[in-house]
Each structure stands twice: as structure tokens, then as C-alpha cells.
Design a protein around this ligand. Structure first.
Ligand code: ZN
Ligand code: ZN
Length: 192
């Protein structure tokens, strides 16, 4: 094992970087418990990891609610998206909040979503040490904007040569297809 790989494992084992909360105390006796931590480099996304600028921070509180548990949490960070016009990095601040109903069920091996009779969704978990990465990633991804701009005034890329028009004019004149279609329509209407 290389030193780099070894130190990466050590870093991962740093408690504050684990996305989990131990619920043993409130499974034994009703109450509430909290945890918080940081996420470095990237957040696991649905299809691809979401790259971060700086650390993201999260906090979660779980409280007993009768036979169930009420989880509420938040995660804050800056995700690096791609500018939809020029494709350059476009950091976006994300503030996400989430709440879920949980049920302890030692029979399940992994987090399982069960639809309640009243339509309320309940997540069943089997380990007192609850992995929070799914809740955190899901909330973070949902709070992200669909697209991003590096700047409201971004000029984008030249469709002819691909040059970044923010860096200067490449000299190409492009007639947008939509405007020429409108011009044709105008001509047609004139003739009618
Ligand atoms: Zn841009
Ligand atoms: Zn060009």
C-alpha cells in the first residue's frame, strides 16, 4: 500500500468525516441525539459524484417519536457545476434541508423505504449506526439548481469555432436558426 493510499484511509476514518449517526442510546431509551460532520472533495451523487469547492458541512438530529424516529438535518456546501453557456466551472452555493421518518427494524440489512398506510414514507434501518450518506446526498442533489451560469453576462462559446466569447470576439457571425425561421415566417405573412 502506498503512503498516499494509507493516509487517505486514515483521513476517511476521521470521525468528523463519517456520514453516520449512532442511535443506540435512543433505541434503548426515548430521547434525541445529534451528529455533525464535514464532507471533503465530493458528495456521492446519483449517477456521478458532485465536486465540491471547499468542505460541505452537515448536521442531523434524530428524535424518538413513539415507535418511530424523526430525522431532521441540513447540509451546506458549494458544488462546482459547469456553466451552461461556456462550460467553465460555475460554483453554486447549496443549502439543503431534509426530514424523514425512520423505523428501527433489526431484520433489514440495508436502509429500506416502506410506504406507510397513510401515505407517509418510513425508512426502515437495521443497524443502530445509521448511515446518513443517502439522506445527505439526496437532499443536496435536490437543492442544486438544474443549470448554472459562470456569470449572468456569460457570452458562451462560438458555435462555429468553439472559442470562448468571454475572452474576445473570434470574428464569426452566426445567424441563429430560430431568428431566420422567424424571418421566413415574417416574409410568408407579408406575402399572404
Ligand atoms: Zn460561462
Ligand atoms: Zn468563432
Amino acid at each position: 500500500m502506498t503512503l498516499a493510499a494509507f493516509s487517505r484511509i486514515l483521513t476517511r476514518m476521521d470521525v468528523s468525516e463519517l456520514q453516520s449517526i449512532n442511535l443506540a442510546s435512543i433505541i434503548k431509551e426515548p430521547g434525541s441525539t445529534s451528529a455533525e460532520g464535514v464532507i471533503r472533495n465530493e458528495i456521492e451523487g446519483g449517477s456521478a459524484p458532485l465536486p465540491l469547492q471547499g468542505d460541505a458541512v452537515w448536521s442531523v438530529t434524530v428524535s424518538s417519536a413513539g415507535e418511530e424516529y424523526w430525522l431532521s438535518g441540513e447540509v451546506h456546501g458549494t458544488v462546482v457545476m459547469e456553466c451552461r453557456r461556456c462550460l467553465k466551472p460555475a460554483p453554486q452555493e447549496v443549502d439543503a434541508y431534509f426530514q424523514h421518518l425512520l423505523q428501527y427494524d433489526p431484520a433489514v440489512s440495508e436502509l429500506t423505504l416502506v410506504e406507510g398506510e397513510d401515505g407517509a414514507d418510513v425508512y426502515h434501518f437495521g443497524e443502530p449506526d445509521l448511515d446518513l450518506s443517502f439522506f445527505i446526498s439526496q437532499a443536496f442533489a435536490l437543492a442544486m439548481p438544474l443549470t448554472a451560469l459562470c456569470d449572468e453576462s456569460c457570452k458562451g462559446l462560438c458555435p462555429v469555432c468553439g472559442a470562448d466569447l468571454n475572452d474576445g470576439d473570434c470574428g464569426h457571425v452566426v445567424e441563429a436558426p430560430v431568428s431566420s425561421a422567424l424571418a421566413d415566417l415574417g416574409k410568408f405573412l407579408d406575402e399572404v
